[in-house]
Write a protein that binds this ligand. Structure first.
Ligand SMILES: NC(=O)c1ccc[n+]([C@@H]2O[C@H](COP(=O)([O-])OP(=O)(O)OC[C@H]3O[C@@H](n4cnc5c(N)ncnc54)[C@H](O)[C@@H]3O)[C@@H](O)[C@H]2O)c1
Length: 272
């Protein structure tokens, strides 16, 4: 099989992990061929660590000259749709880190560009590969749980210290990150929530606190209440500043109850 040549854009903490598993051959059928990193001081280090890989600092040159079939975007959030659209225009497949973007309009533009290009397009919602949530989805989609009545998710185990927020200038700022826990840590749960249930709330009301526990601009605590067309309700609670944190998902349906907590799924099935 011919290998898919992959270029990684943004070689910071997440980009470096992606680069390393590609280099270590952990991804069957894929080979790392190019890197685009805007920090000039990284160039020498990347050249030394990844011999034979094309290293770019200039975005236009990357899109003109990189020998790649696919790109993996691991930059801060605002750039995800823009870079993905550019890649589709250059006939490249795209895997972008979460979140999809910051603005709905840009994300729609990215989805349309993906559709038009006919290329493979994915977003790194890696929690979808967690068997626990796959099983929850299965119990719901096969109607074993019955019609959903109530969802409660307390997700407070995304602990982030002040030093984490201070580790990058873009972090936890409106201009650099575009939001806080909802856009950086919790997109995984927000994605799973609709993916598992297959339902979109009809109404949602949310209370967010900005920089309540950390010296940051954006939200670090959120409580949201949602209602569905079928009368079901949901409460979603998250913060990055709680220790010990909780990750407890409870879904009640007409035929039983599912609880996921401490890495275990429990299903109570009603016989009558
Ligand atoms: N899937 C997950 O579980 C997971 C975990 C952590 C981070 N992430 C996501 O990964 C992305 C990157 O986060 P991070 O923690 O690695 O950030 P980071 O700040 O450590 O790294 C970002 C890198 O991108 C570079 N960069 C920025 N704009 C660029 C551009 N236009 N072209 C080329 N390089 C550019 C920066 O110089 C930096 O090296 C974010 O979207 C984040 O939400 C995902």
């Amino acid at each position: 099989m011919e290998k898919i040549r992959v270029g990684v854009i943004g070689v910071g903490s997440m980009g470096t992990s992606h680069v390393n598993y590609l280099v270590e051959g952990e991804i069957e059928g894929a080979i790392l061929t190019a890197l685009l990193e805007q920090r000039l001081e990284k160039k020498e280090e990347l050249e030394r660590c990844y011999p034979g890989v094309q290293i770019f600092q200039d975005e236009d040159l990357f899109f003109q000259q990189a020998e790649v079939d696919a790109i993996l975007i691991a930059t801060p959030h605002y750039d995800h749709p823009r870079l993905a659209i550019k890649a589709f225009e250059h006939q490249m497949h795209v895997l972008t880190e979460k979140p999809a973007g910051v603005y709905t309009k840009q994300v729609r533009g990215m989805n349309e560009a993906a559709e038009k290009s006919g290329k493979v397009f994915s977003i790194m919602y890696n929690q979808r590969t967690n068997p626990l949530y796959q099983k929850v989805r299965d119990l719901i989609q096969t109607k074993e749980l019955g019609e959903i009545r109530r969802i409660n998710w307390i997700m407070t185990s995304w602990y982030r210290s002040q030093s984490y927020y201070d580790s990058g200038e873009w972090r936890a700022t409106w201009a650099g990150e575009g939001g806080g826990v909802l856009i950086n840590q919790c997109p995984h749960q927000l994605d799973l929530w609709q993916w598992m249930t297959g339902m979109m709330p009809a109404k949602i009301r949310s209370f967010c606190s900005f920089g309540k526990y950390r010296d940051i601009e954006v939200e670090d605590e959120v409580t949201a209440y949602a209602e569905y067309e079928n009368g079901a309700t949901a409460v979603f609670i998250t913060t990055t500043a709680e220790a010990a944190g909780t990750n407890r998902l409870e879904i009640v349906g007409e035929q039983g109850k599912i609880v996921v907590e401490h890495g275990t799924l429990t299903f109570w099935r009603l016989r009558i």
